[in-house]
Write a new protein. Structure first.
Length: 270
């Protein structure tokens, strides 16, 4: 009798083990992977984080930076309020960013979806939340700019961050001017994204700063929506005249060019 009971338990155990193995094979075969996120609506921002890890552990600091960035960008855009409901989706790696957006950038913005995606990772660069939120906020108000004004879209986002390796866009422009590295406006308006990113973004960032500090936000919006072809009509002077005034001002601000290690600087902001 004991022998029969032993055989029964062995048979039952083997049957259960085989069943578990079969279930595991089925799970692997179907390639189902469990991915979990946590989300929370705070004021008008839906935050979405991985449920654990570095990004989740540092979520409070990022949430604060997000609302600080919104307030900062409102001042640049001369907005009294920003009440649109938006999403800030946080990724844990460039691989995850690529999976969901098709890019490996540390951040990107999708105005039509009211969404900013960024990477928050210990060994990654500082999340570009100010930059991406500016893309979102400006485009949600004004739509995407005309092709010939794409450079001011990147310019205003770069000016919003206004810091690359410890230098402001004004300081970087001063260096580019001294080193004769500035890109022509013809290349800006015809093929901005084909230019050197570290030059183009920061050069345009200071041009945007100058336009916003010396002219109205309404003129800037018109340049955004109507295109660079209307520059002289909008601002009442030619671009070359404006550029001459801008360069005179930046030379007065910085009599000496910053000593930037370009080889190191050109690798990106950290």
């Amino acid at each position: 009798m004991k022998h029969l009971i032993k055989i029964f338990f062995v048979f039952t155990f083997q049957s259960m083990l085989i069943g578990c193995l079969e279930n595991n094979k089925q799970s692997v075969k179907n390639d189902w992977v469990r991915e979990t996120k946590v989300s929370k609506l705070i004021e008008n921002v839906n935050f979405v984080f991985p449920e654990s890890g570095y990004a989740f552990d540092h979520k409070e600091a990022l949430i604060k930076r997000t609302f600080d960035a919104i307030e900062h960008n409102k001042k640049i855009l001369k907005k009294d309020a920003f009440n649109d409901t938006i999403y800030v989706r946080v990724m844990s790696s460039r691989e995850e960013m690529f999976k969901y957006t098709g890019t490996r950038a540390t951040g990107n913005a999708y105005p039509y979806w009211s969404t900013v995606n960024i990477i928050l990772k210990e060994d990654e660069t500082k999340p570009p939340i100010e930059h991406e939120l500016m893309h979102l906020m400006a485009s949600m108000d004004w739509d995407y700019p005309k092709n010939s004004s794409s450079w001011i879209n990147e310019g205003i986002a770069t000016y919003a961050a206004n810091n690359c390796n410890g230098y402001t866009v004004a300081e970087i422009y001063r260096y580019l001017l001294a080193e004769k590295k500035l890109i022509s406006i013809e290349d800006f308006t015809s093929d901005f994204y084909g230019q050197s990113e570290m030059i183009a973004y920061h050069q345009s960032g200071y041009i945007v700063q100058y336009l916003l500090e010396n002219y109205s936000i309404e003129q800037f919006k018109e340049l955004w929506t109507e295109g660079f072809e209307k520059f002289e009509e909008i601002y009442g002077l030619s671009y070359s005249e404006m550029q001459s005034d801008l360069q005179k001002e930046v030379l007065e601000k910085y009599s000496e060019s910053p000593k930037i290690d370009w080889k190191k600087f050109s690798k990106g902001c950290y």
